[in-house]
Design a protein. Structure first.
Length: 345
């Protein structure tokens, strides 16, 4: 890999020379590089998941000579939709305007993997696409709708219901939620950074793979205490909707583009493995692992009980009715309410 400049918009924040990081602007430096100080591993975190079938089709259609994570990311100068970070060769005259994404030519191929999309994509000369830095294990894509970026994620009927139910419940409880809509065999979510008007820093950047609730809270106290109430509410929502897939790649902090100041927790997103996504639950929630973890956290930090909203059966019923999808309504309502009640046992 060549020596690189790391930038935020058009401000050079660091240099990567001879496998060494030279920091120029620590205020704007990506949090991952503050922690790890290795540009190669940072670039790898920004790459599309190579295990996704449509990822392989996309790389083939784009005729990428090298398909490893770093080469894939460098094909688009490591730019993404949700932050302003990117890289260029030292001495290059490229500007942010040259690398930021303004088209969604390859969205259908990334989401659906249809041969017609593959064939169409292979004929395009412009191969600059946000799909190469669209991370995650589900087939997904970025689409432009009336000048706004939306992420479309493949989902079956149960995954759709689960994602939309958690969104609606969070909204009803006054939580900080990313906006979701139902799509055709997918769910759609509006880019909560509004095309990187703020920067999204995934928790991976400052926590690595560490997901322990108390350790995350401790780090948030250090970095951004105002994020703690939203974090407590997020893991509460995970607990009552049985979301086992909260990891350091699907929550994080928002950051001011100009100053680098941490603003608060990013809106809650990525709940498509919650609730009934993997089938209807069997048995009672007693001794449930997520409930145990949440109760342990509250036992050690009882002051955070103030951030937990009341959940009523009427609220849950109203959301199920609003979604108007073919599900076992009583099973869903009973499941959520039993988990809520179990927290306080």
């Amino acid at each position: 890999m060549k020596d690189l400049e790391i930038l935020s918009r058009d401000t050079v924040v660091a240099l990567w020379r001879n496998d060494q990081l030279q920091v120029i602007n620590n205020d704007l430096l990506p949090l991952y590089l503050r922690r790890v100080r290795n540009v190669k591993s940072w670039l790898e975190t920004r790459a599309i998941d190579a295990h996704r079938a449509n990822s392989r089709l996309l790389k083939k259609a784009l005729r990428l000579a090298e398909k490893d994570d770093i080469s894939t990311v460098l094909h688009v100068n490591a730019a993404t939709i949700t932050d302003t970070y990117w890289v260029r060769a030292i001495g290059s005259d490229l500007k942010y305007e040259d690398v930021r994404f303004q088209k969604d030519y390859f969205s259908n191929l990334a989401l659906r993997g249809l041969y017609s999309s593959f064939n169409s994509a292979a004929k395009r000369k412009d191969t600059k696409t946000p799909e190469l830095t669209n991370i995650g294990s589900f087939e997904k894509c970025w689409k432009l709708r009336r000048g706004k970026w939306w992420i479309y994620k493949s989902a079956n009927q149960k995954e759709q219901f689960s994602e939309l139910f958690v969104y609606e419940l969070g909204e009803a409880l006054g939580m900080n939620m990313a906006y979701y809509e139902k799509g055709n065999k997918c769910v759609k979510s509006l880019d909560f950074t509004d095309t990187a008007k703020v920067i999204f820093e995934p928790a991976l950047s400052f926590m690595g793979d560490e997901e322990d609730y108390l350790k995350v809270i401790e780090k948030l106290r250090e970095l951004c205490p105002r994020a703690i109430p939203d974090y407590i509410q997020m893991i509460f929502l995970d607990t009552i909707t049985a979301n086992p897939d909260r990891h350091t790649g699907n929550f994080g902090l928002l950051r001011d583009v100009k100053t680098g100041k941490l603003l608060g927790l990013a809106p809650n997103f990525d709940n498509n493995m919650a609730l009934i996504a993997r089938g209807y639950p069997t048995g009672k929630s007693k001794n449930d692992f997520l409930i145990m973890l949440f109760r342990d956290m509250l036992a050690k930090c009882p002051e955070y009980k103030q951030y937990i909203p009341e959940v009523t059966e009427q609220t849950v019923k109203r959301i199920v009715k609003k979604l108007n999808m073919k599900v076992k309504s009583k099973a869903v309502i009973d499941f959520v309410m039993s988990r809520y009640d179990e927290i306080w046992q």
